[in-house]
Design a protein around this ligand. Structure first.
Ligand code: TXA
Ligand code: MG
Length: 346
């Protein structure tokens, strides 16, 4: 584990990380969304190591990270006009774009697809490492497959210690939810995973986009998500998560009732509350996930709180739900997956 200061990064640690990547090793590093587990994206054997360290199914493709727009041309076979518009507007930043892939991209990283996912992160430490390595870096979120994505170096250490060559600790990540994914390989682009770059923000610059129906409904046999990663149980803590939906005062009352009953039966209860509601619960372990008035604080803390409930060993988590507008779409997408779409309506 190497601590690197965001404002004044120690270049000897950056170089060390880049050397490991160039030699085919694995380095976890911070990005503005979540921590990534990096390996040389053009080296099939490095990519296999990534799948092994995470315990990730091999049909789930990886994102290639670049630190300069000049790295894009060699890895894609076409850059559609609409892609150019969103690249100009949102890169560097928390947006992943799916392009038709170039020959040089190993199929080990694309899960056998003819497309490749590319992201140009804005995080200074991530960019320095990629730049120093001089390679496109394949980097899935640096968690064990199925766990919530890591937003702290300590989360990476908990999941992957001993399985990877280096962890660069650049502090807590800002966004806290994985990047937005948009597929531009068809005439009408399609949103595959909501994130901090919202549907509304994208439509403002390129007009209507489609949204993969699996983003907001429970995937089943007839509704297979286009991003394979979205079909796996993800973000799931050990506890069962139950979302309680309705008028907020009624939600609080319902959760208090449920928690009181559960505790009487010896069930350990966690409650995902907000700044506005945390003092209104009288049972269970109450965690404040953020400020309803500032949804980005909820996005930023969500995975940390899911991990914390695991750490505390609660059996059940009752969670409030959030407005799906703007970044709320990404928050509710992850929360729905954590809960397996398990709702109580009040
Ligand atoms: O914010 C992020 O995107 C983070 C940081 C580290 O950059 N990375 C990340 O990677 O979340 P990962 O591997 O956890 O999620 C990548 C998602 C998966 O759902 C995967 O199925 C999808 O992207 N994906 C990758 N390549 C794809 C492709 N060619 N077509 C469709 N989906 C793809
Ligand atoms: Mg992931």
């Amino acid at each position: 584990m190497a601590k690197v200061d965001y404002d004044n990064p120690d270049m000897s640690q950056i170089k060390k990380a880049a050397d490991i990547l160039k030699r085919g090793g694995l380095v976890a590093f911070p990005t503005e969304t979540v921590y990534g587990l990096g390996g040389n994206g053009l080296d099939a054997s490095a990519c296999r190591k990534i799948y092994e360290a995470k315990g990730r199914p091999s049909d789930n493709p990886l994102i290639l990270h670049i630190s300069d727009i000049s790295q894009l041309d060699p890895i894609v076979s076409k850059i559609p006009e609409k892609a150019k518009v969103i690249m100009n507007k949102f890169w560097p930043g928390p947006l992943t774009i799916i392009f038709p892939k170039a020959e040089c991209v190993p199929k080990e990283i694309t899960g056998g697809f003819n497309t490749v996912a590319v992201r140009f992160p804005s995080h200074k430490i991530a960019r320095l490492i990629i730049q120093e390595a001089g390679l496109p870096i394949a980097a899935p979120s640096a968690n064990s497959s199925g766990k919530p994505s890591p937003t702290r170096a300590s989360h990476v250490e908990f999941d992957l210690f001993g399985k990877i060559d280096m962890i660069v600790d650049g502090g807590a990540t800002e966004v806290g939810l994985e990047s937005t994914i948009i597929d531009v390989t068809n005439e009408t682009p399609m949103l595959l995973r909501p994130g901090a770059i919202t549907r509304e923000m994208i439509e403002e610059v390129i007009g209507h986009i489609d949204v993969d129906p699996a983003v907001f409904s429970k995937p089943d046999k007839n509704l297979v998500p286009k991003a394979p990663g979205m079909k796996y149980t993800h973000y799931s803590p050990k506890a069962s998560v139950i979302l309680v939906k309705g008028d907020i005062e009624k939600v609080i009352e319902k959760i208090n009732n449920l928690a009181e009953n559960d505790e009487k039966q010896g069930v350990k209860v966690g409650i995902m509350a907000t700044l506005q509601t945390k003092d209104k619960y009288s049972f269970g372990t109450v965690l404040d996930v953020g400020d309803r008035e500032n949804p980005e604080t909820i996005g930023s803390n969500l995975f940390k709180m899911l991990r914390k409930f695991d750490f505390l060993g609660v059996d059940v988590v009752y969670s409030e739900v959030f407005d799906e507008a703007g970044e709320g779409a990404a928050i509710m997408n992850r929360l729905n997956k954590a809960a397996g779409y398990n709702y109580i309506n009040v």
